[in-house]
Design a protein around this ligand. Structure first.
Ligand code: 3PY
Ligand code: ZN
Length: 631
């Protein structure tokens, strides 16, 4: 239905998009006859019931209590928020408003980084959409809601089989008052490698159009040269360019001076110069100790005149203390999550920070009771995703040793599991740090962190140490991501790559130091649309063309799944992951006002060809689907 809405949308019809291919290939504009949506959905449910869900396996469906959505009056006028300030006064107006605030402002990350960090990014749109409007109404004075970007784009298509653009458009509609924020990996967009310049521009433009107001832009090697294009692209849309410094190392440790206060001060000035509206300190692993936060924020406040936004992860358990010290030093905005989705690899708890600042003139201006209600909802939702929990259930001060980003922890753990290294997880973490040192002490954040992770897995899997790399490197098949990074495709690290290692890894290839975007051929979106039009046999949107440019394989798999099962984003989460119990009855709202009632009646014995017949009732009528039993 989303696609059809787009095709009917005023901007589409008005020719805002280039649709000339419709004129040249009219035969393709005939929509295929729609297969029965009910049967497709039953096929999905039958399949997941018989075969289980990837990453979870076949498992008896647990009984969950329904998450409690706070009672609110939907008929009341939506309270105004920061979105109205941006819309009415523009980026500069918003920035001066931030500077006028005495209290510390909050960005809530529950919809993005929090679940990326705790639950391997697996939270589905339906669970976000149900709480989006209550959130917008209950805590309208947030600075922003971080709800998109980072890993969510890829994971939505790849694992959740849903459309991330649809998520953005729907949440935008439900939260018209709060600034929506995304994490943009600069020239890597929401992917793991640099893309051509025109892809970055198109992605930013369409994301802004679909509803993003604040773009947090970072480069995975803190390479400002790799960030300018994205900063300019965001500024061109009239939205907020928040440029980030990724915090790494430890400014308090005299033996680790590669990333010291001078380094951060210089980078902050460069980013302000490059056009940042806001400066972010992105402490992606939670390495910024309280006194370091005080020193850093004090220094940066003197160095730049734009507002400063601090992001951390609470892995060590020091997050609130770090924020308290940063707030004393004058930080303008901090990132928090709803309490039941906070702490550990996620952000510090909003609720806790509120109480910690009792009696402090900078205590955030939020309704703590509202936050408690939201926390209750999320406590319920989180249970749906227990199979994706990392197993970390207490603060890990070992983070100061391995330096792994919060958003990577549960994801790398899944990756390790997939290659049979679950048992060696502790070894992988130690190796992660050793690889960092081998690589010359680099910034580790997506995608450079993934390269370090890939190398760590490779070394543990093949029983290799640093000497082996130097001595036998010529005969080793390094992971592609490692080769590409050393070639220059993620940009340049502070101080350059270790030369000897680079030679070993590249095996004769010549590295380059210019911006990768300058070497990459622009993508022709018109051709992409035409190709998709042919392969899918239907109209495609500019959003889909971007997905194809960023993730061709993932997007094509998603389209196949959509073809087979229809829009399974409408299923409730327990059914999506576990299928149905015998005799269970569920309701599925396939579109507004149109509900299917599904009952699982029985599952037949395996037949000679390995299939089973699964018997349902759909709105009271018997229906069967044939499912191949993969077990
Ligand atoms: C991402 O890029 O997804 C991150 O969360 C980095 O910290
Ligand atoms: Zn983060």
């Amino acid at each position: 239905p989303f696609l059809e809405n787009v095709v009917k949308h005023k901007d589409f019809l008005s020719g805002k998009y280039n649709t000339s291919f419709i004129d040249t290939t009219p035969e393709l504009f005939v929509f295929p006859i729609r297969k029965d949506r009910g049967t497709k959905m039953l096929t999905y449910i039958g399949n997941v019931t018989v075969n289980g869900f990837p990453g979870i396996g076949k498992k008896k469906k647990p009984v969950f209590d329904k998450p409690v959505i706070p009672k609110i009056k939907y008929s009341e006028k939506m309270p105004n928020g920061t979105k109205q300030i941006l819309d009415q006064h523009g980026a500069e107006g918003l920035i001066s408003w931030i500077k006028d605030q005495k209290q510390v402002l909050l960005t809530d990350t529950t919809f993005r980084d929090s679940h990326q960090s705790l639950l391997a990014t697996r939270v589905r749109s339906t669970d976000l959409v149900h709480i989006a409007e209550p959130t917008a109404r209950l805590i309208p004075n947030l600075f922003s809601l971080e709800m998109w970007g980072g890993a969510t784009f890829d994971v939505a298509y790849r694992f959740l089989k849903e459309d991330p653009w649809d998520r953005l458009l729907t949440i935008r509609q439900k939260s018209p008052n709060v600034l929506l924020q995304m994490l943009l990996r600069a020239s890597n967009a929401v992917g793991y490698k640099n893309y051509p310049d025109n892809v970055i521009k198109e992605f930013v433009e369409k994301s802004a159009y679909a509803g993003i107001d604040v773009f947090r832009i970072f480069d995975s090697l803190n390479w400002v040269k790799g960030m300018s294009l994205a900063i300019d692209a965001v500024r061109d849309t009239g939205k907020i360019a928040e440029a980030a410094i990724c915090y790494t190392g430890d400014i308090l440790d005299p033996s680790r001076q590669k990333y010291n206060l001078d380094y951060y001060r210089d980078m902050a000035k460069e980013l302000e110069q490059a056009g940042a509206h806001i400066l972010a300190i992105k402490d992606m692993a939670g390495l910024l100790k309280p006194q370091a936060a005080y020193n850093l924020i004090t220094t940066l406040k003197e160095a730049v005149s734009i507002p400063i936004h601090l992001h951390t992860h609470d892995t060590s358990g020091n997050g609130i203390y770090t924020y308290a010290r940063a707030i004393d030093a004058g930080v303008d905005i901090v990132d928090v999550a709803v309490s039941s989705m906070a702490g550990l690899t996620s952000q510090p708890s909003a609720n806790t920070l509120y109480h910690a600042l009792e009696g402090n003139e900078r205590q955030p201006d939020v309704d703590i009771h509202a936050y408690e209600k939201l926390s209750q909802y999320w406590e319920g939702v989180r249970k749906y995703y227990s199979d994706f929990e990392s197993g970390m259930n207490a603060p890990h001060s070992e983070i100061y040793m391995h330096e792994m980003p919060g958003g990577q922890y549960s994801n790398l753990q899944q990756q390790a599991k997939a290659v049979g290294l679950s048992e060696k997880w502790d070894e992988v973490k130690v190796m992660y740090r050793r690889v960092n040192d081998l690589f010359g002490d680099i910034v580790k954040v997506t995608p450079s962190s993934k390269v370090v992770g890939d190398m760590a897995l490779f070394m543990v899997q093949n029983n290799l140490n640093e000497d082996d790399i130097y001595e036998r490197g010529e005969s080793l098949d390094f992971p592609d991501s490692v080769i590409e990074m050393f070639e220059g495709y993620l940009g340049q690290p502070h101080g350059g790559f270790p030369k000897e290692l680079q030679k070993i890894i590249l095996k004769g290839r010549t590295p380059f130091v210019e911006r990768p975007g300058e070497r990459l051929e622009p993508v022709n979106f018109q051709t992409i649309k035409e190709d998709l039009f042919h392969s899918l046999g239907r109209q495609v949107t500019s959003f889909e063309a971007i997905a194809q440019a960023l993730y061709p394989k993932v997007f094509s798999e998603y389209c196949k799944t959509y073809e087979a099962y229809g829009n399974i984003a409408v299923l409730d989460t327990p059914t999506f992951f576990y299928g149905m119990r015998l005799g269970e009855e569920i309701e599925v709202e396939i579109e507004q006002g149109k509900t299917l009632i599904v009952k699982l009646v029985s599952i037949g014995e395996p037949q000679a060809d390995g299939t089973r017949i699964v018997y349902f009732e759909l709105n009271g009528q018997p229906r069967e689907v044939i499912i191949k039993d993969e077990n």
